[in-house]
Design a protein around this ligand. Structure first.
Ligand SMILES: Cc1cc2nc3c(=O)[nH]c(=O)nc-3n(C[C@H](O)[C@H](O)[C@H](O)COP(=O)(O)O)c2cc1C
Length: 326
């Protein structure tokens, strides 16, 4: 059947469904014991602490809100310039600027508690001890439904190597945090590794309830007139549509390597992009850079998923997860 004919038929079907009052397809998914109303999350660092977007987005419609990464002590981040646009993406070297765990609990969490949407807190540390301390404090606060460990940061005690690129160091920090929290624990994987499936397995074996991937891919841009890096930090993290094919491939590889659920992200701009991740094996997805361009991206993606299911006659989004034929 030609694409146009198929579209017309789908449209007819959608109208028919509405006419006969057919129920809406199920969009709800489960991640690490958390029941989410739909699989669309916000990506850490691109949606502030939720409050910043509340004027544009009904936060009650989101699957979950993942907040900006927090550390025990507040951090000012890197000096500017710390953002540069690149073809089909952007490089950032924000340097994990944040208000700190205590200020988040006191000043930001009360706002988020007004909503029925699950709150997932992204956090990091300069050492395994800092990770553990942050996890303990966050676990005792009311209104946090899950933790996401950002292991794409350097370990001061291990010569500044990145937690998430060394399997031994990664295993130690995930195990240490696992012992101190009963909250669903998501480990956010770094894509800057050779074998992402093996790293996901390390996280699973160390006690992670789920993995999220991918974080940004390290990159660099050069100002040719000044013969200097564009970013004050020289190196930054690449995000946006440019990284989507890498992220989809990694989700597919991780799906084959572990049993725990996957949150897929990296360059998702539309419902079609989100569907690629779900079909590759992600149970949920997160929207990052897209929210900078279009603050309504999350909501439009939720609506687009619903439309797709309707058109395809799929009653439950879970039927699409990992359904890739190969
Ligand atoms: C400005 C900016 C800040 C970010 N801050 C964090 C962070 O604090 N913690 C984290 O785990 N990831 C952080 N990320 C990574 C995103 O959550 C996401 O993994 C990445 O951008 C890929 O998704 P995207 O292409 O949809 O943006 C940040 C990304 C950007 C662009």
């Amino acid at each position: 059947m030609g694409i146009e004919k198929k579209r017309i038929k789908s449209k007819e079907q959608t109208t028919k469904n509405k006419e006969v009052g057919k129920s809406k397809p199920n969009l709800s998914v489960q991640i690490a014991g958390l029941k989410l109303r739909n699989p669309v999350l916000t990506a850490s660092g691109t949606f502030g602490y939720g409050e910043e977007y509340a004027e544009f987005v009904d936060l009650n419609r989101l699957g979950a809100i993942v907040v900006k990464g927090l550390s025990i002590a507040p951090k000012p981040g890197n000096p500017p310039p710390r953002i540069v646009e690149t073809p089909s993406g952007m490089l950032n070297a924000i340097g994990l600027q944040n208000i700190g765990v205590r200020a988040f609990i006191k000043e930001k969490l009360p706002f988020l508690r007004q909503f029925t949407t699950s709150v997932i807190v992204n956090f990091f540390g300069d050492s395994a001890d800092e990770f553990v301390e942050a996890a303990e404090q966050l676990s005792s606060a009311e209104g946090i439904h899950g933790l996401e460990m950002n292991i794409s940061c350097p370990n001061k005690q291990a010569g500044w190597c990145i937690f998430g690129t060394d399997p031994t160091i990664m295993s130690e920090v995930v195990s240490a945090v696992r012992k101190k929290t009963d909250l669903p624990l998501i480990v956010k994987l770094s894509p800057n590794v050779t074998d992402i499936g093996a790293m996901a397995k390390v996280a699973e074996d160390a006690g992670a309830d789920a993995v999220s991937l991918i974080n940004t891919i390290t990159g660099m841009a050069i100002d040719i007139r000044r013969r200097r890096p564009v970013l004050a930090n020289a190196i930054g993290g690449l995000s946006g549509p440019a990284i989507k094919p890498v992220a989809v491939r990694m989700v597919w590889e991780v799906r084959k390597a572990v049993k725990i659920p996957i949150i897929g992200l990296g360059g998702i701009m539309s419902a079609d992009d989100a569907l690629e991740f779900l079909i590759a094996g992600a149970t949920a997805i997160a929207v990052g850079t897209a929210s900078f361009i279009n603050p309504l991206a999350t909501i439009q993606i939720i609506e687009g998923l619903e439309r797709f299911l309707d058109e395809e006659g799929v009653t439950d989004i879970n039927h699409l997860i990992g359904c890739l034929k190969f």
